[in-house]
Write a protein that binds this ligand. Structure first.
Ligand code: PLP
Length: 293
């Protein structure tokens, strides 16, 4: 089946989908994005992803390209046209198209929007989770506004490629004090000897992951304590468990950090339990767009 993309008001076959060469996303990485999990054909945590999209746009002074309800309809239609049961929907908004100049276009131009959706192999993800993944550590070299979900991802691209070449799944950025910030496309967590979940405060150099936020609700249900604080690479290597969270990975157990096996080298029971229960707590959207809170 050929894939369909939504580009600035039109649904087009993916191979014909294109943006203008003077799109500021292409020229300056002047744009933001969101990735939502799709499960059972429904969007997972749409409301929170849309809240974060609005925040990212506001921080960069880019207008919403359309109302939330209209955007919800486009996301669903893109999922439907691509027949995605399980997978991801990707949404990108840039400041728009204008002759190349660092300054914001004046007068302002319409923001440009692209939405794509693709299926992913749920069974392969489960197999990965059953084996657990490795992470490497790399020096933090990103700008200070990683709280904004911008398409400016070059350090993340290089870090994740380094992980891949080292036989790992993710790279954890480490700040100047030796403390883990987050992964190239995931938030980082460890579990202490007494079973508390530790994750860095969202205000301190990380993206406030939606999966991370949902995990706070799940931890409360499970009676697990969360310590919102930074942790060092040494503490992580000696931790009882570690895991990463993202819409693209849900909860993924980490079994190796820089070649050091964690515990007995198998996925931890807490990470595995949180993964299995995640969708009980996450919000599942309706099939039809409606004003979201
Ligand atoms: N941190 C970074 C740098 C990311 O790029 C992502 C997701 O893309 C996350 C964390 C996890 O965020 P979410 O749970 O909203 O997918």
């Amino acid at each position: 089946m050929s894939r369909i993309a939504y580009v600035n008001g039109r649904y087009v076959p993916l191979r014909q989908a294109a943006v203008h060469v003077e799109d500021r996303g292409y020229q300056f990485a002047d744009g933001v994005y969101e990735v939502c999990e799709v499960d059972g054909g429904r969007l997972i945590d749409e409301r929170r992803h849309m809240d974060r999209l609005e925040r990212s746009l506001k921080e960069l002074r880019i207008a919403m390209p359309m109302s939330r309800v209209a955007l919800g309809a486009v996301l669903r239609e893109t999922v439907r046209r691509n027949r995605v049961g399980h997978g991801l929907v990707y949404l990108q908004v840039t400041r728009g198209v204008a002759p190349r100049n660092h300054l914001f276009p004046s007068p302002a131009v319409l923001p440009a929007i692209v939405v794509t959706a693709r299926s992913s192999d749920a069974a392969a993800a489960e197999r990965r989770a059953e084996a657990g993944v490795g992470v490497i550590t790399v020096p933090e070299n990103r700008w200070a506004r990683v709280d904004i979900k911008t398409v400016s991802l070059l350090p993340n691209v290089l870090a994740k490629q380094a992980a891949k070449e080292a036989g790992a799944y993710e790279a954890w950025f480490v700040d100047a004090d030796g403390r883990v910030t987050e992964g190239g496309s995931t938030n980082a967590w460890i579990v202490t000897a007494d079973g508390a979940l530790v994750t860095r405060p969202a205000e301190e150099g990380i993206l406030r992951g939606i999966t991370r936020t949902v995990l706070f609700d799940l931890a409360a249900e499970e009676g697990l304590k969360i310590e919102e604080r930074a942790f060092t690479v040494e503490e992580a290597k000696a931790a009882r468990e570690a895991f990463i969270t993202a819409a693209t990975a849900v909860v993924m157990p980490v079994v190796r950090i820089d070649e050091v096996p964690l515990g007995n080298g198998a996925p931890g029971s807490i990470a595995t339990r949180l993964r299995s229960r995640f969708h009980d707590v996450a919000e599942r959207s309706s099939l039809f767009a409606r004003p979201a809170g």
